[in-house]
Ligand binder design. Structure first.
Ligand code: PMP
Length: 446
């Protein structure tokens, strides 16, 4: 369907908003993922639910079509929604059977593939969510190290081991993607078991390791900024010297700049790596890979779950890896992301709006240097939604973000930037908003 065929009828209080209000009464928090709450975008007017998705397009419950220029399923679909080849493979698996008393062969093929892509790794385990894969990695690493304490940097999911960082000091996770996470329900006894350090602060990690008997270092390789001053190599050397198990969490960074972990770009090898998100192009498969001597420790503990054996996830991942390798998707999405980032900067300059940008090219973000930044983000979402775009200040790029799509997006964004400039010059942004400003992090909804 061409962009001109986009329906742009008013979405305010559509069927999706009604359903979202119903959801919040019977589902605590409204849904299963913070990043997909309507309040994170446009509290009273976000369509919230989809009836269909394809390529980089999404349809709401009222049949309105949108181009997804924001989180693309929160980074799950680098090959676009409903990739034909991946979906055909999944359909074949559904026809043949998704579950049985036997294991699915595809899990062995995916393990072989991931190990071949990462020559330092010898073994793999699978699960179905990123948080889960991180728990598996932490359990195996603690077992291998024979020590409990974890030094970490970045975001690694919702589980006890990680949220324990906020026991006693609610600010510990503030610099690690999601501020405001409350650790209620996490046993107080875990206090002090995980120790945060900031990215590019090797001195902080050194100080932690000097004071505590650390068995595991877990970190994202890159999130908002790249490594400076040989940071990753220094972390690797410290871990090796101290016999600490080093885990790279590549749930989000994997398959976006290299075929596999982004650590391949920096020539630093961990002892374990965790993958999620893009691995199955929208179908659930997450993985932990690692060196044999570390991974074998999985045998000295108990890690086992029913739905880790279903067949759709491994089927989808196997086909996704094949398509990614053939079309070199990581190169394409990196190029698209670099172009988008440059055009955001140029548009800011055109309108006299100083911007910051962050992230790897395929997960790119911009920010306004203004006290009204969150209101401006809300205004972008509101105005772009009217024009048929799902937009915020963050873009997960996919291969379906064609030059025409990107051109259309920038044509639509230009007048919104002009409006924001007027607000910077004194116009009241609140008067332009049809509802409340979006949330900037975790908050209770009721
Ligand atoms: N690790 C990283 C680096 C992530 O970005 C995420 C998700 N944003 C997770 C772990 C958690 O993955 P999931 O939401 O699938 O549990």
């Amino acid at each position: 369907m061409s962009t001109s065929a986009l329906k742009t009828k008013a979405v305010a209080n559509g069927t999706g908003q009604d359903l979202w209000r119903r959801a919040k009464r019977i589902i605590p928090g409204g849904n299963m993922l913070l990043s997909k709450r309507a309040e994170m975008f446009l509290p009273d007017n976000w369509p919230a639910y989809f009836s269909k998705s394809k390529g980089c397009k999404v349809w709401d419950l009222d049949g309105n079509e949108y181009i997804d220029m924001c989180i693309m399923g929160i980074g799950t679909n680098t090959l676009g929604y409903g990739n034909d080849e991946v979906d055909a493979a999944v359909r074949a698996t559904i026809e043949a059977g998704n579950m049985s008393t036997f294991n699915c062969p595809e899990e062995v093929y995916v393990a072989e593939k991931l190990i071949a892509m990462h020559p330092w790794a010898d073994m793999a385990r699978f699960s179905r969510s990123g948080g889960e894969a991180n728990v598996i990695a932490i359990r195996i690493a603690r077992a291998a190290a024979g020590k409990d304490k974890v030094a970490f940097c970045g975001y690694h999911g919702w589980h006890d081991w990680y949220l324990a960082a906020n026991l006693g000091d609610g600010e510990n996770l503030a610099g690690h993607l999601l501020p405001g996470l409350d650790p209620k329900g996490v046993p107080q006894d875990l206090r002090g078991s995980v120790l945060p350090f900031n990215y590019n602060r090797f001195d902080e990690l050194e100080a932690i390791v000097a004071r505590h008997d650390v068995g595991v270092i877990k970190m994202e390789v890159v999130r908002n900024e790249g490594p400076r001053d040989d940071f990753l190599r220094k972390v690797r050397e410290l871990a090796t010297k101290r016999g600490i198990v080093l885990i790279f969490d590549e749930c989000t960074s994997g398959f976006r700049q290299t075929f596999g972990g982004i650590h391949k770009m920096y020539d630093v090898e961990p002892d374990m790596a965790v993958f999620g998100k893009a691995l199955g192009n929208g179908y659930a498969l997450t993985a932990v890979i690692g060196r044999r001597e570390v991974m074998e420790s999985a045998q000295s503990t108990f890690i086992s779950s029913t739905f880790w054996t279903e067949r759709i996830g491994p089927t989808a991942a196997l086909k996704t890896l094949e398509v990614m390798e053939r079309v070199k998707s990581w190169e394409r999405i990196t190029r698209i992301g670099e172009a988008v980032t440059a055009r955001w900067m140029a548009l800011g300059k055109k309108h006299g709006l100083p911007l910051t940008t962050s992230g790897i090219p395929a997960i790119t973000a911009f920010g306004f240097k203004s006290a009204n930044a969150l209101a401006y983000k809300t205004l972008i979402t509101q105005e772009m939604l009217k024009k048929g775009y799902l937009a915020s200040t963050l873009l997960f790029v996919c291969t379906e973000h064609s030059p025409e799509i990107i051109d259309g997006y920038f044509a639509a964004l230009d007048p919104v930037f002009a409006l924001i400039k007027e607000c910077e010059d004194g116009r009241d942004v609140a008067a332009l908003l049809d509802g409340p400003v979006c949330h900037g992090g975790f908050k209770r909804l009721n």
